[in-house]
Design a protein around this ligand. Sequence first.
Ligand code: PLP
Length: 424
Amino acid sequence: MCNMNATESHIAREARFGARNYAPVPVVVDHARDCLVWDVEGREYVDMMSAYSSVSHGHLHPRIVAAAHRQLEKVAVTSRAYYGTTLGPLLEKLSEVTGFQRALPMNTGAEAVETAIKCARRWGHRVKGIPDGRQRILVARGNFHGRTSTIIGFSSEEAYRSGFGPFCDGFQHFDYGDMASIRAAATPDTCAVLIEPIQGEAGVIVPPPGFFRELREWCTANDVLLIDDEVQAGLGRTGKWFAFEHEGIRPDALVLGKALGAGLLPVSAFCADDRVMDVFLPNSHGSTFGGNALAAAVALEGLRVLEEEGLVAQCAEKGAYLFRRLREVQAQVQPLVRDVRGRGLWIGVDIDPAATSARDLVERLAANGVLSKETHDTVIRFAPPLTISHELIDRAVDIFHRVARERHHELGLDRRRNQRAIIA
Ligand SMILES: *Cc1c(COP(=O)(O)O)cnc(C)c1O
């Protein structure tokens, strides 16, 4: 490894000793502050990805780091065998911001989704009266709810499933955004609908207006729990505290993760009212690290920062600005960018696969100082920290414009467009 620069040697070490389950963009991050990231060569990047929405507060927010330091002077991990001084305040704050009576803390998003699945099944049996073992949960095609063996069993993504069977029974698919398909998939054994308010991994898919209102009515009429997975959408990302507010509805339960850890730690939670949460009794469910003292202190400070710095309202305004600017770029590189969609600071830019792949542009963006991430072959995802400034949005969009225009030109797409214009 003697002739390698720092970037190459770090990449080589991860590639040599790590499992090959990721294909990272070739940037070696050394340190970061708020919306800027620096690599081991000292190059600067605008973070337009924020670790899939985990870093909504910006990297190493000083108030959150200070809260972590304070807690590290006291105690970090105790397990739920005892009470602590930070978990109660976090649970109370979660109840205040979500409107749900109770929360069950876990660590990763997938664990909170697993908690939701267990809760829905037990509720289906004990409250709704479905024979145990027959409970069914409706899930959307194109869903992403995490990577446990139960959850990937109901993914419709072949790469997530292939070779990992046998899969868990009790899930039924419907088409996202389509009420008729939900009605057709339901049976008397249906206990819950588990759904994302916007499908992130599927390519930032926003459902048709009115869909969630209809779904809410249908769930109520059929005694089915509406479980809203806001691991990525929640805590301000879409310009409201929770994405369900855009449709003026309330789900029966809410799954949170990613930004709940305030950019420092994995913290997740399953939130619901007594009538649902009461199916959990001592010994029925748990997690050694879930709700640990350090995680709770960090998550609590993260929620306070969101509230006291007005980050949710800022996200709505800055998201509209980013959206408008990306639409302007789209107009200028027309066949290359097919669509710009999303809500708040969560935007998918859909690339025409006949021109190039999203990954190609993501790598070119990184080489020019902008961190983003593709999802599937065609969508570039932009989801910067909610703290981003208009100046940094401009910097990132200007670079995207330049990279897209160059690629557009290299591929001869501008010529084709001009020819079409001449023929027309
Ligand atoms: C990321 C994500 C998860 C899984 O969270 P992990 O922390 O990676 O386990 C679940 N649901 C949604 C909607 C997500 O975006």
